[in-house]
Ligand binder design. Structure first.
Ligand SMILES: [Zn+2]
Length: 418
């Protein structure tokens, strides 16, 4: 037991929130929470290295034996767990200072530190143990069962007020502060990530984004700050939230690994290379060293796509009420010193909606991460042939220009009209 306590104190000091001088203080805090350790509680087998979660489980058992905790009261257990984990979590000001110290060395060193801290203190939940790679339409996708973390719902998850809020998980939440062109922004990890290092970036102000060139500029600024991450915007998620955010994370999503096929020119943008991507959904990839040209060419493409119809394939620029149905979802990243934008072509009409069977599988239906190649399904589902079939059927339906001879011809016709 002595070993657990020492390991725990070492983890707390290692997180940066405490110093060697705090050892006695930390031990006393710990004993006040779980009670004193009794000799008869000693366990025979003690593994060499344990995760923070495993150590905390042991400490919770001590608390139960000492009648400090009712083993039947789930909420009390979660509360004490958070209280213990809080000792592994530096206060926001210290964490921000350590983050920028690491950042001065290398951006990914800063996110590695911050991410590990969120894993160690249990703020981040899933671990993708059952991820499986499957093939859809000649490209490799990832399917993984995912379970939801319990979050404190009484506070907006993007507001800075959520930092350290309440007695459960948000108590462990820390937000990295950023100044983006004079505006105050925050960065934190998602409690239930849908892919590796799933992050969110949000303005301090509780407000909703207006899709504009300025928004794309901010996303590009973020990939410059975190060149090892991609940044995107989820229009589905934005519809159900009142506080907008971007999402991003590790650049290892299946879409990014796919080759560009059929290169084409966009008139007036000679420095931007454009191509279609070999992907079940309709994606255009732009690459350039000029940020300004990238933003201009996206604006131009968006405008052309909003005006484009191809009635025999149900592609219609406007619905019956005359509303624009076409939009682009941009995903930005930096590769080999070039700005890269993958643009997913969206047509909101029913013909391209998700199938009901497919949507019923999804752990989070308000996310477009599945379109980037990582499909998070409900925790209790089994990945079998029928499920793979449902996924493939859906992607074919959702694709605007389908991977059929007719669809491919129509896609090329669209880019030829530019
Ligand atoms: Zn908010």
């Amino acid at each position: 037991m002595e070993k657990y306590i020492n390991d725990f104190i070492n983890l707390a000091i290692g997180s940066g929130g405490w110093m060697i001088l705090d050892r006695i203080y930390l031990r006393n805090r710990l004993e006040s929470l779980i009670g004193e350790w009794q000799k008869e509680n000693e366990e025979v087998e003690m593994p060499e290295s344990m995760s923070s979660q495993e150590i905390v489980d042991k400490l919770l058992n001590v608390a139960i034996k000492n009648n400090k905790l009712d083993s039947q009261n789930k909420r009390d257990i979660e509360k004490l767990q958070s209280e213990l984990m809080e000792l592994l979590t530096p206060p926001p000001s210290v964490l921000n200072a350590l983050f920028s110290q690491h950042y001065d060395n290398l951006p990914h060193e800063a996110t590695d530190y911050y991410h590990l801290l969120n894993i160690n203190n249990g703020f981040i939940k899933s671990s993708f143990l059952r991820a499986e790679e499957i093939e859809i339409d000649n490209s490799n996708w990832v399917i993984q069962p995912n379970s939801w973390a319990n979050i404190d719902e009484n506070v907006c998850q993007q507001c800075f007020e959520s930092e350290g809020f309440g007695v459960l998980k948000n108590r462990l939440k820390r937000i990295i502060r950023m100044n983006l062109k004079g505006e105050s922004w925050g960065f934190s990890y998602e409690q239930t990530p849908l892919f590796h290092e799933h992050s969110q970036f949000f303005p301090e102000e509780h407000s909703q984004f207006e899709i504009s060139r300025k928004l794309h500029e901010t996303m590009l600024q973020l990939v410059e700050i975190y060149p090892h991450y991609f940044i995107s915007f989820d229009p589905l998620k934005d519809k159900v939230k009142h506080h907008s955010s971007f999402f991003g994370g590790k650049k290892n999503l299946p879409l990014f690994k796919e080759e560009a096929t059929h290169e084409f020119d966009i008139p007036g943008f000679v420095t931007v290379s454009a191509a279609l991507v070999d992907w079940p959904l309709s994606v255009i990839r732009l690459k350039t060293t000029s940020k300004k040209n990238l933003l201009n060419s996206i604006e131009y493409l968006n405008l052309r796509w909003q005006q484009y119809s191809y009635p025999s394939l149900d592609i219609l620029a406007k619905n019956e009420s005359g509303e624009v149905t076409h939009s682009l979802i941009p995903i930005f990243r930096i590769e080999d010193n070039m700005y890269v934008a993958d643009l997913i072509l969206v047509d909101e009409s029913v013909a391209f909606n998700r199938t009901v069977n497919y949507e019923n599988l999804l752990a989070d239906k308000f996310s477009i991460v599945d379109q980037l190649g990582v499909i998070n399904i409900k925790e209790d589902l089994e990945i079998n042939d029928r499920l793979k079939e449902i996924v493939a059927e859906n992607m074919l339906k959702q694709s605007v220009f389908k991977n059929t001879p007719e669809g491919e011809t129509a896609f090329i016709r669209f880019v030829d009209t530019l």
